[in-house]
Design a protein around this ligand. Sequence first.
Ligand SMILES: Cc1cc2nc3c(=O)[nH]c(=O)nc-3n(C[C@H](O)[C@H](O)[C@H](O)COP(=O)(O)O)c2cc1C
Length: 306
Amino acid sequence: MASISTKIGNFSLENPVILASGILDETSGSILRALKSGAGAAVTKSIGMQERKGYPTPVISEIKTGLLNAVGLANPGIDNFVDEYKNFPEKKRTIVSIFGGSVEDFVTLARKVEGAGFDKVELNLSCPHVSGVGSEVGEDLEMVEEIISSIKTKTNLQVWAKLTPNVTDIVALAKASEKADAYVLINTLRAIGVEIYSRKFSLSNVVGGYSGPGIKPVALRAVYDVYKETGKDIVGVGGITTWEDAIEFFLLGARAVQVGTALLYEDYPIYNKISRGIEGYLDSEGFSKLGDIVGVMSGNAALQSH
Ligand SMILES: Cc1cc2nc3c(=O)[nH]c(=O)nc-3n(C[C@H](O)[C@H](O)[C@H](O)COP(=O)(O)O)c2cc1C
């Protein structure tokens, strides 16, 4: 049987299928359930400095090719989060997603995450930039660079930088994030839904994030471009609903994948189903391990040795 184990930065995973941030609530019970159902690791919902209730409904709208959501970063705040996870048994397989509007916020959050016994953070760089009207933190390359280098200097955490696709040049954003241990590609695409009979927007916030099968080609392009330029560890995310989708991401350079929206279609068994499918593909195509197919379609990236 082929090996599907993988490594992202210094983190070894038995299987490469990870729960994406935000699809479940942030509670430890939901994360544990995903891990017990076969996810190799899990990312929490994004946690900020203060508790936030999020936007009024509707916050989710289903469309033919996926989902639109504008939850409004609803979360319990870092201190409540730390309390909730005090005795959590799976801290090493859990990546804590954090968001903030400034470098200071990110550093404070990262320190609290480390203090709570976790060793990995995923940076959600897609929240509104406090000083930039309508822009995302992730569009400000200097700020992204400073957030990552500050966290790397002031903590021992592994840092995964989750990049926004809502930029003209995602490779430039990746280069600004090069001190991160891995890239997570991609977050949702900024989008709008329209209800023609009520003549209202589908989401109370008007603009939301597009996820699910329709965004897969965009995510694949981001993985391809960034891997070719950097050869760095990449976690692919966006529209994965089957093992075949996951294989596409590996061939272009991802070493692991995250699955989000598909969980709403298929529920928890999906993680195991995708892992078994990957194993079956490697066996039937004559590969002995996942690493044998990573990046084979993306040319001569400066491959890191694993
Ligand atoms: C309802 C919902 C909530 C989300 N919340 C977060 C979040 O809190 N932080 C984050 O980084 N990404 C969040 N995302 C984005 C996902 O983690 C993922 O990047 C995106 O949905 C694309 O993957 P998918 O097509 O498999 O869902 C959310 C997505 C959805 C659908």
